[in-house]
Design a protein around this ligand. Sequence first.
Ligand code: PMP
Length: 405
Amino acid sequence: MAGTADAALRARAHRVIPGGMYGHQRAGLFPENFPQYLSHGEGALIRDVDGREFVDLLCGYGPIVLGYQHPGVEAAAAAQRRQADCQNAPSARMVELAELLVDVVGHADWAYLAKNGTDATTTCLTIARAATGRSVVLVARGSYHGAAPWCTPGLAGVLPSDRAALRYFDYNDHASLRAAVDEAGDDLAGVIVTPFKHNDGEDQELVDPAFARELRQVCDARNAVLILDDVRCGFRLNFGGSWEPLGIQPDLSAWGKAVSNGYTVSAVLGVEALRDAATSIFSTGTYWFAAVPMAAAIATINAIRDEDGIARMERAGDLLRSGIVEQAGAHDLGISYTGPAQMPYFRFLADTGFERMTHFARVALDNGVYLHPRHNWFVSLSHTDEIVARALSGTEAAFRAVRAR
Ligand code: PMP
């Protein structure tokens, strides 16, 4: 339950912020009375404004890959801040970060830096259209690529024309992909796809390698651009790009979140053949050249590599999964636990309206675990065995409460 400091901030917010909140917290996806305001983060722990501490299983929706207040990242950011952050022109950090990304990501010959994942996915579409002179982009139904009008679901204020040049296919469904390609005809500029299907409220599904291959073949056959949206999965599933282990390389990839452990940097990475198209577009922002987040990104990427980040997150995720699955079994509760270990999605079977899951999240919160009832979770390098054990003691209480209802 939210505490008194949180309640006071909510009341003030209602006077000066439309609806008192926007985004995920406003969209009714969280249980009522979840704390709306947080004050501290350190390692895998967060504190709300009422001083209560939680093991965080959401990691800022993904960016916190090393843990909050990682010493190396904070030192790099502080050192850069003493020199300069936002100025008229970029610093050397911009070139260093672009070099690092090009070095570690398999398909990348160049990097275009921005702020948010939405900037990166939107810029990918712009480059694909500039390169091909065509307009249609194929999108997997239900995928989230950011909060720009072209990629939001049919919400207030978004015109159908904002999405007019998109065609939809079902993830991992060959026939549906072919139908969308046929519909696009000669006007196919590209396909944008996430490394695995993580639609809100649905089981997560890794890409079928044959489907990934078909996406590559379709784009090659039509001279269209294959865009991998690695904003959520990048530097979490695999160090050099999420589809590298499949042997499939995109033409463009969009990055954000884990790139900079919570600082605001995103990136578009691309192949040589698209360098001219990337040069031809105009895409920028006042803060896009700020140096502090770039310094933080360089330190973050190096730390993920040097600290064996992907394997350690997988291990934490494996421990979490086996603990949750065992607890559910012991309480005789049917669950589905899908997705990669380090970014799992957990739900109860036959849970109409997320009623059970919401109760689970509330009780977990009261027992020191902050998790999202309807979104995939994330672990970080700070989720040690001890932290996972602490999380599991909270989920055990939550399972018990769900069972008792
Ligand atoms: N693509 C994917 C796959 C995402 O998960 C997100 C963010 N959840 C975005 C794009 C948009 O990123 P941002 O919120 O930083 O704009």
